[in-house]
Design a protein around this ligand. Structure first.
Ligand SMILES: Cc1cc2nc3c(=O)[nH]c(=O)nc-3n(C[C@H](O)[C@H](O)[C@H](O)COP(=O)(O)OP(=O)(O)OC[C@H]3O[C@@H](n4cnc5c(N)ncnc54)[C@H](O)[C@@H]3O)c2cc1C
Length: 402
């Protein structure tokens, strides 16, 4: 039976990035997942903290060719409500950055990761599904669907929403759904986007355009499921007209790519993110509706936390790494889940006080630079604003003492 220090189950973006991040100090890693993937026309917006992590993994130079910078993010009220919010623009240069992050198409992103994994001597790519995981005192034995069995001291469950690793460990989930679907597509447009992402807040949910390289953008349009199905069935030219109308022709004429997708909006969090020799990352641990660009950014923080915990440890320490990982990740995952949920529900609510709070919040953001700056830092790096405040205080104390 083959033995590995770490087995990562699942080779989506989360699992593939974990394989590269955790193999860097010479550990032997098995990356286990079926070879074939469904075509993924989605794009992923990664914030500055995530990009910095891709740089430390030496991946950014290859990925950047496919990515577009997010220099400005603007929110426009597209509702016909009594209390409408003013436009708010967040500019990366206000917080001293060239860009908040970058939007990357998933398909070339995965290609870059696959090539890097194939070139890594200490990662074995096992092209099979896992059918069972049995826990022993000294490790976990995985049974693969081709009959092979492998043993690992630590198993990382990156096997998506329906994680077999999570279920096998007896970890329950809390799942919920919203009365909405997300229409997801990419499109070409007549006018340049200027690296601006625009989010229209509408009665049915956000309509978010995110730049891609050239005169192209991706779109996540949250709608009632019937309306999403109707739009998805339209000929591309008519769908293009509907998008252009919704954007008030900001980007001129629109030509929609083939492969329009629709996702029912739902959320899920595991009750815990680790147990014994198992750690859950990515959508095996938490899944969001695709608003607010949170999913993979949070998954990268899972990977950073696990990498940190593994630093300087040996196989003997892996028996309880799951509990330590769980404690490390609870606050971040819970707070992100809550904020995405509140954002979505505040947009859907017809309740006047909720509309008031949302529009008052955006009024404050539009008027107050320092508040905007705190919110922006929070978006880029959670608790970053607190860190910046602490560092500022430390500097002031140091200056006084000098
Ligand atoms: C429309 C949409 C837009 C999004 N936009 C953003 C964004 O802008 N920013 C952002 O940060 N996030 C975004 N996300 C979230 C992001 O795409 C996901 O968090 C990300 O893809 C990570 O997924 P994953 O790797 O955890 O799971 P998946 O991609 O589902 O991968 C699961 C892997 O597990 C494998 N697997 C499953 N079962 C088994 C088994 N039994 N044995 C072995 N392998 C198995 C599968 O084959 C696959 O390789 C978006 C999501 C959606 C739906």
């Amino acid at each position: 039976m083959r033995q590995f220090d770490i087995a990562i189950v699942g080779a989506g973006l989360a699992g593939s990035l974990a394989a590269l991040a955790l193999s860097d100090s010479g550990r032997t890693v098995a990356l286990v997942a079926p070879a074939t993937r469904a075509d993924d026309g989605r794009t992923t917006a990664l914030m500055d903290q995530s990009i910095a992590f891709l740089k430390t993994l030496g991946l950014w130079d290859e990925i950047t060719r496919h990515a577009a910078a997010l220099e400005t993010m603007q929110i426009l009220d597209g509702t016909a409500r009594l209390l409408r919010a003013p436009p708010v623009a967040f500019r990366a240069k206000e917080v001293g950055l060239a860009a908040f992050g970058y939007n990357i198409p998933n398909a070339p992103f995965l290609d870059v990761l696959d090539a890097r994994i194939a070139a890594q001597d200490n990662i074995a790519r096992l092209a099979s599904g896992v059918t069972a995981a049995n826990v022993f005192e000294h490790g976990i034995e995985l049974t693969l669907d081709d009959g092979e069995r492998v043993m690992a001291g630590l198993v990382v469950g990156a096997d998506g929403r329906k994680s077999r690793i999570r279920d096998g460990a007896g970890i329950a989930v809390r799942a919920w759904s919203y009365p909405q679907s997300a229409l997801v597509l990419n499109f070409a447009h007549e006018r340049p986007h200027g690296n601006v992402s625009t989010e229209f807040h509408t009665e049915s949910g956000p309509f978010t355009q995110v730049p891609l390289p050239g005169r192209r953008s991706s779109l996540v349009w949250v709608l009632p499921p019937k309306e999403a199905a109707r739009l998805r069935a339209l000929p591309a030219a008519e769908l293009g007209l509907a998008i252009e109308a919704r954007m008030q022709s900001m980007l001129g004429k629109v030509a929609v790519d083939s492969g329009v997708q629709s996702f029912p909006l739902s959320g899920m969090t595991a009750d815990r993110f680790g147990k014994g020799r198992i750690a859950l990352i990515g959508e095996a641990a938490h899944a969001f509706p695709p608003i607010g660009a949170q999913g993979l950014n949070l998954s990268l923080r899972d990977i950073m936390a696990l990498r940190d915990l593994l630093q300087g440890t040996g196989p003997a320490d892996h028996a309880t790494i799951g509990e330590r990982f769980d404690r490390r990740r609870q606050a971040d995952v819970r707070s992100r889940t809550l904020s995405v949920d509140l954002l979505n529900r505040s947009l859907l609510s017809d309740f006047l006080p909720v509309q008031f709070l949302r529009s008052a919040g955006l009024h404050l953001l539009s008027a107050l630079g320092p508040l905007r700056s705190i919110v922006m830092r929070e978006g880029i790096e959670p608790l970053g604003s607190l860190k910046a405040f602490r560092e500022g205080l430390r500097e002031r104390v140091a200056r006084k003492q000098a």
